[in-house]
Design a protein around this ligand. Structure first.
Ligand SMILES: [Fe+2]
Length: 276
């Protein structure tokens, strides 16, 4: 478990921010959808109010001495030199991709593919990428406080992120799992989980009471954070295809947030929206 704080500034009072979740990228795999990944990086680069968080499985990290290695699943554009460079080659590639948006990264959660490499070869790809990009390392599970400053005042929101576990295929199972995180970190506002290569969203409003006895509603947002790996692709035979998984939910679900108060500065609250 990791705990991180990320600080940013708001250019105006009620500025909306977008927090993109980029995970299950699987660079090196034949099914990796590079076009969509580069598109998303460009979107983040062009939006001065975009932030992002990495959700793990950045590289596929299955190399030729691994019993799981299958030439049918490997990216056919990989050169012999890249194969030779192995783990460090994929780390460099991911760092190159993320370099233009590294200043907007609130943290990098690690995935099961990186954890396997750590166990087998004593190298943690995610920790290395975080070190090279100088962004917070998020471990397998992370609670991040985002602090937004505006003219001497500030507000904050909390993001609970977990790479994910198990293999529930239906959205109901996946959403139930991330909603369970409310029992782990009840004060978080946004709850996200990857791993299942799907996209899903649900919301909840909880009630609270102010110092003066007024009721307040607090929004909670739950999301399954997508993938950049197609399940089915012509000419490629993937592990997911063998398991007859449904086509992956591609892309990066995004949480949009702002602090809003009425004209008299009263009833200030955090507004949250999820976009799949
Ligand atoms: Fe994955």
């Amino acid at each position: 478990m990791e705990f991180n704080v990320f600080t940013t500034q708001s250019p105006k009072k009620h500025q909306w921010f977008s927090l993109h979740f980029i995970g299950d990228v699987h660079i090196g795999q034949g099914n990796h959808n590079r076009e969509k990944l580069l598109e998303r990086i460009d979107t983040i680069k062009k939006d001065p109010h975009a932030l992002w968080m990495g959700m793990g499985d950045y590289g596929d990290h299955i190399y030729y001495t691994d019993p799981r290695f299958d030439l049918n699943s490997v990216d056919s554009t990989i050169t012999v030199g890249e194969l030779r460079d192995g783990i460090m080659g994929q780390i460099r590639k991911i760092c190159d991709d993320m370099e233009p948006i590294k200043d907007r990264c609130i943290g990098l959660v690690t995935g099961n593919h990186e954890e396997t490499i750590l166990k087998k070869y004593h190298v943690d790809p995610t920790r290395e990428i975080a070190f090279r990009l100088n962004v917070p390392y998020g471990g397998y599970c992370c609670l991040t406080k985002i602090s937004v400053g505006y003219k001497g005042s500030s507000y904050s929101l909390k993001v609970f992120a977990h790479h994910g576990y198990g293999a529930g295929r239906r959205h109901g199972v996946q959403i139930n799992k991330i909603e369970d995180a409310l029992r782990v970190a009840p004060n978080a506002d946004i709850f996200v989980m990857g791993h299942v290569h799907g996209k899903a969203l649900s919301t909840l409003e909880t009630i609270d009471i102010t110092e003066r006895g007024a009721m307040v509603l607090k929004q909670k947002l739950f999301m399954i954070t997508g993938s950049y790996s197609d399940t089915y692709r012509q000419g490629v035979l993937s592990y997911a295809e063998k398991g007859m998984f449904t086509q992956a939910g591609l892309g990066s679900p995004t949480a949009q947030f702002r602090r809003y108060a009425n004209g008299h500065g009263k009833n200030a609250k955090l507004e949250l929206k999820g976009v799949l």
